[in-house]
Design a protein around this ligand. Structure first.
Ligand SMILES: NC(=O)c1ccc[n+]([C@@H]2O[C@H](COP(=O)([O-])OP(=O)(O)OC[C@H]3O[C@@H](n4cnc5c(N)ncnc54)[C@H](OP(=O)(O)O)[C@@H]3O)[C@@H](O)[C@H]2O)c1
Length: 322
């Protein structure tokens, strides 16, 4: 029987890519929160979906009893550092308390629980960071994620914590990620300022989904979802890309791919753009543990090409079908 996977935050940037990749092999159930039901039904067409506030323990318990998933990927979060800085109580409830509740409920049921954490648990002064490096968050988002990591592992020692790097791609949930804004500005011939001194090890949404599904399926005896018989992944795992690059470099790569002048990308320093949350200079991840397990992110340029190619294809498809 096809195993079932619960994806929290299925209407989010990462959740959308997770659902698209998972449904090829899993029976997927996805949750949403503030997205209007009709929009969620459009975004999650063909997938069991449910509206839930994950901070409500009883609702979460009832949902797990109803869905009975074989594994859970927790991608719901308040993921905007500036928002978290300005809404500390809400961030604590969603990013720490809801995560801990879900981890505990999965622990009680002994089902794999994959928590998506962040490279922003680090302060950016000692990259590249391996899994065993001490955390040192600069802002509340990173702090609450770091607290959640520790609390999850104390509550359920079989949980997997995947620290995600900067993710890039497109979203059709009404929020426009930086990569999408970059693509539309450049395609319209408009310049865009991009941080040149903030380094990350980015991966695209589709590549992130592949990595997280590998972890969710690890240890399962089902050949469809775990064909390489990867042993159960526990503890902290970095799912970063192979290159340490800035958004500015990503912009120049995109311009090169699109055949547009490199001057459309204008380098700026993150130090010149004040925000509510402090920013880290270089939170590049050392992801060799994940690579040894078979996680194999392609070069960033290739990932950008694939994303742009697909939107071109999608556009052709839309044009052809009105
Ligand atoms: N995007 C990145 O570059 C990046 C980098 C590192 C780590 N991460 C991590 O990756 C994960 C996914 O991030 P993302 O960028 O996809 O975030 P996102 O686009 O902001 O999506 C967040 C999701 O969480 C849901 N959600 C928020 N509060 C909720 C609540 N109280 N109850 C239930 N659901 C709730 C949202 O539902 P509604 O929209 O329906 O309200 C949405 O589906 C997060 O754990 C984030 O920390 C992301």
């Amino acid at each position: 029987m096809t195993p079932s996977l619960l994806i929290t935050g299925a209407t989010g940037f990462l959740g959308q890519y997770l659902v698209a990749a998972a449904r090829r092999k899993w029976r997927v159930a996805g949750t949403f929160h503030r997205t209007r039901r009709e929009d969620a039904e459009r975004l999650l067409a063909g997938v069991d979906s449910g509206k839930i506030d994950l901070t409500d323990f009883r609702d979460v318990r009832d949902m797990l009893d109803a869905v009975r998933p074989k594994a859970v990927i927790h991608s719901a979060a308040l993921a905007d550092p500036n928002y978290c800085e300005q809404h500390p109580d809400e961030s604590l409830r969603v990013n720490l308390q809801a995560t801990l509740n879900l981890a505990g409920l999965c622990g009680d049921r002994r089902i794999p629980f994959v928590f998506t954490s962040t490279d922003l648990v680090f302060d950016g002064t000692r990259a590249p960071y391996a899994e065993d490096g001490p955390v040192s968050p600069l802002n509340l988002y990173g702090e609450h994620k770091a607290l959640a990591e520790q609390a999850v592992l104390e509550r359920y020692d079989e949980a997997a914590i995947c620290r995600m790097p900067l993710l890039f791609g497109f979203a059709d949930n009404g929020r426009v990620p930086f990569f999408q804004r970059m693509a539309s500005e450049f395609r319209a011939g408009r310049p865009m300022t991009l941080f040149a001194d903030e380094l990350r090890t980015p991966i695209s949404g589709p590549v992130a989904a592949v990595g997280l599904l590998l972890v969710a399926a690890s240890g399962m005896e089902d050949e469809a979802v775990n064909p390489k018989e990867i042993e159960r992944v526990r503890g902290i795992l970095h799912l970063g890309g192979r290159e340490s690059i800035s958004r500015y470099e990503m912009g120049t790569q995109m311009l090169d791919i699109l055949g547009l002048p490199p001057s459309l990308a204008e380098p700026i320093s993150f130090r010149d753009v004040p925000g509510a949350a402090a920013r880290a200079a270089d939170v590049s991840l050392d992801s060799s543990r994940a690579y040894a397990l078979g996680f194999d992110p392609p070069p960033v340029r290739k990932q950008i090409e694939r994303l742009l190619g697909r939107t071109v294809e999608e556009k052709k498809d839309t044009d052809a079908h009105g």
